[in-house]
Design a protein around this ligand. Sequence first.
Ligand SMILES: [Zn+2]
Length: 414
Amino acid sequence: MASLPTIRFKENSYKPLQHANEVLMITREDLRQLADFECRANEYAISFYFQPGVPKDKSHREEGIQAKELVRKTIQELQQNGRSAKAIQDLERILRIAEALHGNEGFAKVVFSCAERNLWREFDVPPVQLSTRLFVNRRFHLKPLAALFSEYPKLWVALVDRQSARVLEVEFGEIRQQMSITNPIPRHGRSDGFGGYDGGHAQRHKEDEVRRHYRELAEFLKNGDQRRLFDAVVLGCNDVNWPELQAQLHPDVAKKALGHFSGEIAAMPDERAVSEALRVAQATLRKHHSSLLGETLDEARAHRRGVTGLRRVLRALELGEIDTLLMSQDYSARAVECTNCRHLDSHLVAYCPVCGHATRELEDVCEVLVPIAVRNNLGLVLLPRDETIDKVGNIAALLRFRADRNTNQLRAAS
Ligand SMILES: [Zn+2]
């Protein structure tokens, strides 16, 4: 089965963005802190992604050579600029790391640094759509990491039998218990009553208690969903209990349920339950993402809770309508950003249509979109490129709501 990827936090010799605690894995909070970062004038945010091959293998040498050339070239460019001695020091340090990595146990290396702000963060991440890249920009390049979070969503695992339930949260190998309840079934035996009538009554009473128990769990999941505490849920229960349990799930929770696995969960260790859940999750996730795209496109066609194409996505973003952003993995597009009000525009205009200030060109709008998605806790789904998403410009969004627009506006927008 696919094992849970662990992202290890290797080294932290400079001050991290906020917390100085020893973190071993990258968390959403790390990603959020990186998403918050933005350079001031004459500062450089360096993002380095490096996927080393195994030692002695040809691709390792090629990747290594490619990485070193990439870094050297960037150093030369910065030297010509003349005002970035600190950034060059960081790049030289990155170069030494790239030279020293041999295999790295199959992990990819990711470094974020901004020397002017005394920031250096280094992670080992499982290889997910990673190629060796180096970015020197105003913000950190987070899309590959965001893809990782998309592929391994914050998962709740709800383990249920007829009288106990526990919910575990799983995020990159870390398991945290969210709740644990026991609702013992009352010991009503047939001897409690007189004959068949009371016996049946006791049985019904028992079933009511079990249903109440399921409902308590369902309520907990519903609240968790409303507070956006998880992206997906997998349930573990005995197959015979599944239909009844499933019937109690709130529709919104049911939508996020990636499936269930069978087992005697009371005796099942957390680790075992989590690996079962991940197996179910990964099998379902791909299907789930593509149906999410289908739903978005249907909604967009009906001018309801969906938009497609960069222009309309940016507009929905500014209106605060977006629930989930969907794009192809390799999506990239030029855009401009207002230096004053931060308006984003897919038309490469020199002045902001909202406030009139000068704009700044973005080589890739994802440099801004991904941090916004991370900061605002929006869903972010990266899909393999195919005909369906290609047809709509490789970017779309499922909306939480659609701000009131009159019919003319709708026509104009389409
Ligand atoms: Zn503006």
